[in-house]
Design a protein around this ligand. Structure first.
Ligand code: ADP
Length: 479
């Protein structure tokens, strides 16, 4: 069984969010299920620099050089992942962010990801270097046109799965791009057209054989107008094809017992190293003063989705009760400013680092007593999984994958020993404030807090069951 996974990000080569973690970890987990999964990536500078002795497979099948300029397909391995890379300098050889330039989408994104979708469909259909795919799994809008090409190009029909990692990013462009991208008019109304525009994600949702998203909770939510971002009608029409498969954490990378990015390792059995991490983190963020309450951490993109504004409003409920707070993140300038202001007003109690820093993120999880995730919506969320693994109590909103992975410390769950964190209503600063109050109260009871933490650390966050679910789905598509 071989599967081509096409995506625009993959750790450790290129990452802006959880998509990259998933694409970097899933192929290894699938191999244990007997699936040979290979990844196709765009040839961004960081990706090309990281390739060791890539094989040049010649022009990428399916890609129209009118759109891409000169191009070739490269094959290489990185760590655990077998990679194909679409090297097309006109589309990808540029500095900075992979999607945007100073806050604005790259104007040629339709070509950049249209050609990438062609490469995905072409490689899945024709294979390369003796390898062929039985199934194509595309991810998010950047690969959304691939199932359309597979449907309309003559020849071998490869079944496709479209995975939604975040339905709020849809790849909407002027419909004038459709002709040059070779999209068939026949697929207009029932396919790629979205309110008179060209919708990459919508196109994929209509054409793919199966649709998955990254948690069962989010799979239910996106069928509603409150969470569907306008695509709920499309999804309701295709609900029989839709399912939710939870993301896992790559436990080869996210394991406090073997993590080389933290000052001391630890495990559920021996937590002594965690105290050293906590201390190192407090020093790194300039925290001081009395150490009575929990230190809460956040590692996040700073966007409205992540409820960062709610956090700013609710923080006094934590800080006024002896808690402290650290944040690592970057994103919307207004939210970056708001977080810096909180740190200025509460020196020693709040530490804020604006930026992106993978190593520092490990120190935050390892040194945290709790990790907050107050998202307004959250397809799956990985930070709460890393929190569980690193013995930090997740304090999360009941939405999407957050609600699917954290068990609230209510009286029943405490009594049965099932609790792993604190879960609150989404979209409300008051509810988040109450959650912080509950955290501080739990913190004041050492036996209880230890029990919740240990239960959380034993929660299986790895990919095993979810990789098995993907493998079953792929097999169901191949006669
Ligand atoms: P999303 O994909 O919506 O951003 P997830 O929780 O699924 O949210 O994944 C976010 C990933 O990005 C996690 O691995 C998190 O640790 C990481 N991350 C987010 N912001 C930063 C940052 N500023 N520095 C380092 N890692 C970050």
């Amino acid at each position: 069984m071989s599967v081509l996974i096409a995506a625009s990000e993959c750790v450790p080569l290129v990452k802006t969010g959880g998509l990259a973690d998933v694409i970097g970890a899933l192929p290894g987990a699938l191999r244990r299920e007997g699936v040979d999964a290979r990844v196709l990536l765009p040839g961004y500078p960081a990706v090309l620099r990281a390739l060791r002795r890539p094989r040049d497979l010649g022009p990428a099948p399916g890609v129209d050089a009118e759109i891409s300029g000169s191009h070739r397909l490269l094959a290489a391995r990185t760590g655990k992942v077998a990679l194909y890379v679409l090297d097309a300098p006109r589309l990808y050889d540029r500095p900075g962010n992979i999607y945007e330039d100073r806050g604005r989408d790259w104007p040629d994104n339709p070509s950049r990801f249209g050609a990438f979708s062609q490469a995905a469909a072409g490689l899945a259909r024709h294979g390369a270097g003796g390898w062929r795919a039985d199934v194509l799994n595309v991810n998010d809008w950047q690969t959304g046109l691939a199932p359309v090409y597979l449907d309309h190009w003559p020849g071998r029909r490869v079944p496709s799965v479209m995975t939604i990692h975040n339905i709020s990013y849809q790849g909407l462009f002027d419909r004038g791009h459709a002709g040059p991208l070779g999209l068939p008019d026949a697929a207009y109304g029932e396919g790629w057209e979205y309110y008179g525009r060209l919708g990459f994600l919508k196109a994929g949702l209509m054409a793919a054989d199966r649709i998955t998203t990254v948690s069962p909770g989010y799979a239910r939510e996106i069928l509603t107008s409150a969470f569907g971002h306008g695509l709920d009608g499309v999804l309701r029409a295709r609900r029989d094809a839709l399912s939710g498969i939870l993301n896992g954490a790559d436990t080869g990378v996210w394991n406090p017992a073997r993590d080389r990015a933290i000052p001391a390792t630890f495990s559920a059995r021996d937590l002594s190293g965690k105290a050293a991490c906590r201390q190192a983190r407090a020093e790194r963020f300039g925290l001081d003063g009395p150490d009575e309450g929990p230190i809460v951490g956040v590692v996040s993109r700073l966007t409205a989705q992540k409820g960062i504004d709610l956090l700013v409003e609710a923080l006094p409920a934590l800080l006024d009760r002896g808690g402290r707070f650290v944040l690592l993140g970057s994103g919307e300038p207004g939210l970056e400013r708001a977080m810096r202001e909180v740190a200025d007003v509460r020196p020693g109690r709040v530490g804020v680092e604006i930026g992106y820093d993978e190593a520092l993120s490990h120190l935050i999880y390892a040194g945290a007593d709790a990790i907050a995730g107050p998202s307004r919506f959250e397809p799956c969320g990985l930070t709460q999984l890393y929190a569980l693994a690193y013995g930090a109590l997740p304090v999360v909103a009941r939405t999407g994958g957050l609600g699917d992975t954290v068990i609230d410390a209510n009286p029943a769950a405490l009594m049965t020993g099932a609790a792993t964190g604190i879960v609150h209503d989404p979209g409300s600063a008051e509810a988040l404030g109450v959650a912080f109050e509950r955290l501080v109260a739990l913190w004041a009871e050492p036996d209880l807090r230890r029990a919740v933490r240990e239960r959380g650390m034993r929660h299986p966050v790895g990919w095993g069951p979810s990789a098995a679910a993907y493998a079953r789905l792929y097999r169901s598509l191949v006669p």
